[in-house]
Design a protein around this ligand. Sequence first.
Ligand code: UD1
Length: 337
Amino acid sequence: MKILVTGGAGFIGSHTVVELVHAGFEPIIVDNFSNSDLSIVGKIQEITGRKISFYQIDCKLDDHLEPIFLENPEIEGVIHFAAYKAVGESVSEPEKYYHNNIASLTCVCRMMKKYGVNKFVFSSSCTVYGNPEVIPVNEKAPIKEALNPYAHTKQLAEEILFGLCQYNQDLEVVILRYFNPIGAHESGLIGELPIGVPNNLVPYITQTAAGWRDSLVVFGKDYSTADGTCIRDFIHVEDLAKAHLKALMWKNPESNLEVFNIGSGVGHSVQSLIDIFINETGIDFPVKYGERRPGDIPAIFASAEKALGLLNWKTERTLEEALRHAWNWQQTLEKTE
Ligand code: UD1
């Protein structure tokens, strides 16, 4: 079965492509390499031993996307990762975020309609919950006012999909709300490739451990959590990738849209993550404690029960493995900035 994977050379996309191949699907990667690298396609081929079709195009442009549907009439589903995801950048360049993240979604959906493709898996985020009143947060929790334009594009995208599903009963959509994906492929061949100075915690930790950065700054040690640092639900990217396969196979005769949290169901503090990293790798590195980062919420982790009950999906990898794999991956990289 041919599956179009937009953003298929990115962090989560590349791991999902590997899992798709392992499960017997035929993924087609679409990527403009704005936040990834062509070399990743070769690495995916190395891991899977298979030639992977890929197109370097911008999926918010009809004339880029349409030829792919014409050339591949067997496409039966789309997994849509392609989006900008840097929270800070979305605040300084909101126009870029709204345009890219919404236009790519609507363009892909229009092409799907035109070429009779109905299965759609969307890459959403726990950020849609804002600062939740109850944790673990489940899928019924209210969607709060977005904390930044990135988060707002995820909320808007979900709304658009709800609307499309209401008026197009043939469409079958699964929305996956990811918690904090970390780690890298166990082969050490693919992983996260942050451009410039990373914003996210784990790439910052690995780059500091590698000596690329002077020190890690923990944003806030005065939260009302056990050790004063924020709590997140960190999930190994390989587990997350596998959730997309379950989502692709999901069928509910009652409803053509379903939303799932994809997290471990367990919260870990930023401090405990640092401690586990040091313990696992034996690499110590300088840590400073700074101000809270604007927009950060104190604590969030998933109720992952719905995904277990309906998709039969749960995390299998440990946090220790995720951090070891992230470190293995880091050691293969060369400093750019
Ligand atoms: C954010 C987004 C999330 C998105 C994810 C990946 C929000 C609220 N969250 O998650 O939707 O999927 O990015 O792009 O929009 N930290 C430090 N020092 C650092 C970096 C991070 O202490 O140098 C702390 C942060 O304050 C936070 C935790 O580590 O408490 C995790 O941060 P990060 O990895 O950036 O992810 P989130 O902000 O949770």
